[in-house]
Design a protein around this ligand. Structure first.
Ligand SMILES: [Zn+2]
Length: 166
């Protein structure tokens, strides 16, 4: 299972230094622990690999989406952020303020959003409108009440396992 890094999906790993320039480092204050791991370390988790293989890449000759991963100086309360850049191209930003197991869980949650976009269950529309399974929402709906977040958390809770198959 080790290194069964997705066959069809292309994950471009752009690994930046954790200790960035002072102006982008404002959340890494001296009393906070700095975790050192790479994007490759995050992806190296059996449940993530299984989800990519079984749910996102499907079976050959289906061609999986392109997912780009990058560490980003997100607000401390935001663990990750998935953006549909264009059709079948996604950009996932991961907050590096958390320990590795948390980063893996965050990535799993974000991959559920990729799945939702791929299924066209989730669509971002202009004007801050979100279409979820035919129903319109706005970003004004609290995070915990957004059905796409509820599903992402339920699936992550059920399918994500901390243990890496190393
Ligand atoms: Zn989410």
């Amino acid at each position: 299972m080790l290194k069964r890094l997705s066959i069809l999906i292309t994950i471009f790993c752009v690994c930046f230094h954790f200790l960035q320039t002072p102006d982008t480092n404002k959340y890494n204050t001296s009393n906070k622990k700095i975790f050192k791991y790479t994007i490759v370390d995050i992806v190296d988790n059996k449940s993530i690999q299984d989800f990519l293989a079984d749910s996102i890449n499907f079976n050959p000759p289906y061609r999986g989406p392109v997912i780009k991963l990058k560490f980003a100086p997100l607000h401390p309360r935001i663990g990750g952020l998935t953006t549909q850049v264009t059709d079948r191209v996604y950009f996932i930003q991961i907050n590096s303020l958390y320990p590795l197991f948390s980063a893996r869980r965050i990535l799993f949650h974000e991959l559920v959003h990729v799945f939702q976009f791929e299924k066209e269950w989730l669509k971002e529309l202009p004007g801050g409108v979100v279409l979820w399974k035919g129903n319109y929402y706005t970003w004004g709906v609290p995070w915990s009440q957004r059905p796409w977040e509820i599903q992402a958390e339920e699936w992550t809770e059920e399918l994500f396992k901390i243990e890496s198959d190393k």
